[in-house]
Ligand binder design. Structure first.
Ligand SMILES: Cc1cc2nc3c(=O)[nH]c(=O)nc-3n(C[C@H](O)[C@H](O)[C@H](O)COP(=O)(O)O)c2cc1C
Length: 200
């Protein structure tokens, strides 16, 4: 089967891309607005973009209403965000935080997670997260104005907090993170069948 993407409906493109590009890491992004109201939401259009500078890429898609998602509005207003990694234990809380709640709703309360004070940004992190990456906005690239388009946030990592017991023998215990990945639809994964390959 072959597809000329120009002949597909937007929803068909979405389903093909999200089913094919998986598992995707999840950035559970915490921000706050200029009044200090915290916000928390997950984003799976996410990855490491470069190391020097240390950049993460997160794509915030447009809402049908045209109004910026709270995460994007807060990042634009404050220039700051925290990327929290979602462990298996936090999957349900992460899912609770993804609803389209009004800006004044603090999703930390809604998801039942606690705030951790950040070192280099004002936005709090998720205290229970196994890894927290405090970031400053580096750049924001508009990818498309309409539905399905969005804004690619390039976030520079300023400070990394590794959870208790996850720093072993001078390295991050990556398996110990039990990081949840995003599959298509309502699917999630854990890297429980991980294997290694030596590079040529
Ligand atoms: C696992 C998961 C991954 C998601 N990934 C994205 C994404 O990459 N980009 C996006 O715009 N929305 C994504 N969403 C939806 C947002 O989390 C949702 O729109 C949320 O309400 C945004 O919250 P905010 O308005 O507080 O920023 C995802 C939702 C879930 C549950």
């Amino acid at each position: 089967m072959d597809f000329d993407v120009r002949e597909l409906e937007r929803d068909g493109v979405y389903r093909l891309l999200t089913a094919g590009v998986q598992p995707r890491p999840i950035a559970w992004v915490s921000t706050q607005d200029l009044l200090g109201v915290a916000n928390l939401a997950p984003f799976s259009f996410f990855n490491v973009a470069s190391v020097a500078p240390p950049l993460l890429a997160i794509s915030v898609l447009n809402q049908p209403s045209g109004r910026d998602k709270d995460t994007l509005a807060n990042i634009r207003a404050t220039g700051e965000l925290v990327v929290n990694i979602v462990s298996a234990e936090l999957a349900e809380a992460m899912n609770l935080s993804c609803g389209a709640y009004p800006a004044e709703v603090d999703e930390f309360d809604l998801a039942g997670v606690s705030k951790a004070r950040s070192r280099q940004v004002k936005a709090p992190g998720v205290a229970e997260a196994p890894l927290r990456l405090e970031c400053a906005l580096h750049d924001c690239l508009t990818l498309g104005a309409g539905p399905g388009g969005g804004n690619l946030v390039l976030a520079e990592v300023k400070h990394v907090h590794v959870g208790d017991g996850l720093w072993r023998e001078e390295r991050l215990d990556a398996a110990g993170l039990r990081a949840v990945g995003k599959l298509d639809g309502e699917g999630y994964s854990l890297a429980e069948l991980a294997f290694s390959l030596r590079r040529p």
